[in-house]
Design a protein around this ligand. Structure first.
Ligand SMILES: C[S@@+](CC[C@H](N)C(=O)[O-])C[C@H]1O[C@@H](n2cnc3c(N)ncnc32)[C@H](O)[C@@H]1O
Length: 284
């Protein structure tokens, strides 16, 4: 069986390294300087680093050694004294109980089957202090905006979903279900929203998006065909669609990311919300 580890590839690392502060922005108003934050499944660390100025200490963990190497390089190996990265499994965190004030999952849970999500959230609860905060930001295909909105582009999106084995509609719409999932796993959601990853801000961004999409599809092509998840011709059709998208001067690809912040419930709490601390301004 293919694991998320073996799916990691250079194209993904390259793409992820272009994002940072905008992906962390929704959680910043909930953080304060004394906090210790864990970024679980941190990938190349760009988003992890965006928390350094907001909290006292940041730890990024990822199961993929290559991602941690990229993270250490990207953030300049100790360039920030309050940031460190470790290879670790979010299903079995190498930390004691109640070591963190906040745990962050970005584009991580969406890729996991339900039992893995439960396990990862149980670990997050264990390492969080009482009243600790969890924040998740993940995709929801229902919110994506594409122009031109062609069948070939939808085929490309479908091929990526096939690769990640998201065969049911619930996984594809994980973003809107984050609050429900967190509540079912011992957290009290206190804020939710959404924002977009902009893959088409200007001509250079469109060029990069086209190049990355084509490189990703080419990278996955033999695996998709070998696993009988796609025909080679389908991959070529999807690649052509991205090429054509890249040639349209005002093409648009805005990728929806739903966001949720929740507070850890005490072990003996039910799901009834407890009296909340005052929310940061603009977050009520
Ligand atoms: C789509 S990437 C997101 C990376 C980063 N959070 C970001 O948004 O830039 C998903 C990451 O989760 C990591 N991952 C998957 N399963 C994991 C596990 N069990 N423990 C820790 N990391 C895991 C992968 O290696 C990958 O780096």
């Amino acid at each position: 069986m293919t694991t998320s580890t073996s799916r990691h590839n250079d194209v993904i690392v390259d793409f992820q390294s272009k994002r940072g502060e905008s992906s962390a922005a929704f959680f910043l108003p909930f953080l304060s300087p004394g906090m210790r934050l864990l970024d679980a499944g941190c990938g190349p660390g760009t988003i992890t680093a965006a928390f350094c100025g907001a909290v006292g200490q940041v730890v990024g963990i990822d199961i993929e050694p290559k991602a941690i190497t990229a993270a250490r390089q990207l953030t300049g190996d100790g360039a920030s004294a309050n940031l460190r990265f470790e290879v670790a499994d979010m299903m079995s965190l190498p930390f004691g109980p109640q070591e963190f004030d906040a745990v962050f999952f970005h584009a991580v849970l969406y890729h996991q089957p339900p039992e893995a999500i439960e396990r990862a959230l149980a670990e997050a609860r264990r390492v969080l202090k009482p009243d600790g905060l969890i924040a998740t930001r993940d995709a929801d295909v229902g919110g994506n905006i594409l122009y031109p909105d062609t069948a070939g582009l939808h085929l490309a999106l479908d091929l990526w979903q096939r690769w990640y084995e998201h065969s049911n509609a619930e996984a594809l719409q994980f973003g809107r279900r984050q609050g429900v999932v967190l509540r079912a796993n011992g957290f009290d959601p206190i804020w939710s929203g959404a924002s977009y990853v902009n893959h088409s801000a200007d001509a250079a961004a469109r060029r990069d998006t086209t190049r990355d999409a084509i490189a990703s599809l080419r990278g996955l092509s033999s695996g998709l065909v070998a696993k009988a998840l796609a025909e080679a011709a389908e991959v070529e059709t999807a690649i052509d669609a991205w090429r054509q998208w890249g040639e349209v001067p005002d093409s648009v690809y805005l990728r929806c990311r739903c966001e949720c912040v929740a507070r850890k419930l005490a072990a003996d709490s039910d799901v009834t919300p407890r009296p909340a601390r005052a929310l940061p301004r603009g977050c009520g």
